[in-house]
Design a binder for this molecule. Sequence first.
Ligand SMILES: Nc1ncnc2c1ncn2[C@@H]1O[C@H](COP(=O)(O)OP(=O)(O)O)[C@@H](O)[C@H]1O
Ligand SMILES: [Mg+2]
Length: 255
Amino acid sequence: MKLAVSGKGGVGKTTLTALLAQIYADQGRQVLAADADPSPCLAGALGFPSELRAKLRPISEMDQLIYERTGARPGTMGGFFTINPRVDDIPERFSVEHRGVRLLEMGAVDIGGSGCICPESAMLKTLFTHLLFRQDQVLLLDMYAGVEHLGRATVDFVDAMLVVVEPTRRSLGTAAQIKTLANDIGLKRLWLVGNKVRNSDEADFLYRETPGLPVLGWLPADLAVQEADRLGLPVYDHVPALRQAAEEIVKELKL
Ligand SMILES: Nc1ncnc2c1ncn2[C@@H]1O[C@H](COP(=O)(O)OP(=O)(O)O)[C@@H](O)[C@H]1O
Ligand SMILES: [Mg+2]
């Protein structure tokens, strides 16, 4: 099962991805979570201990590895490099596992869009496609914005894309844009997930104003989320209200 989580910066993609990852892992499923944010923070949200986090580095920053695999140094223009480097060993070699969740940091991924044709993007693009082909029980992709990273060819493999929104018109506007982009590349299985919802009026607002995306559920606003961050604890452990809401979302997803 492959799930992508998208939405504007700051809406709660990483918080939701971490919750879903831990819920599936605790069900005994094998989970691979890929952090595609240029400044990765999924490890923190999952409560990875510092000695494991120290082992993680975004693939996009591994200049030597990119050089070995593509034949060119990142940052160089022109010249020849392979556009489908070997990547099959990367998920195992460069991920770390904690409480049943295996985490891979991709770094800035620019896939599918007009992005640059350079060794690092060839590497990430190939890795991304490889992840989508792998037979992991659960693959979760924490995207950093919209669907620019999802090329047409890969759309078929994503079972669902969750678009996280705050209960504001601006946030729903971004969701509408993501929907358009996603539909353009043929991705139709999209759901809206509300976050930072303070009361039933705000929840009703989402159901009323959704840009045509079915609402899968919502997570309440809770100051304990920031507290968890300060204490270095996963929201999953520290904020029962969010964990329960995320469990409902998993039930609704039925994947
Ligand atoms: N339900 C919530 N209640 C309160 N604060 C939240 C909630 N969800 C997320 N936050 C806070 O909002 C900020 C952005 O969350 P994050 O998950 O990192 O968003 P994104 O990955 O979309 O950028 C973080 O400081 C986080 O602690
Ligand atoms: Mg994030």
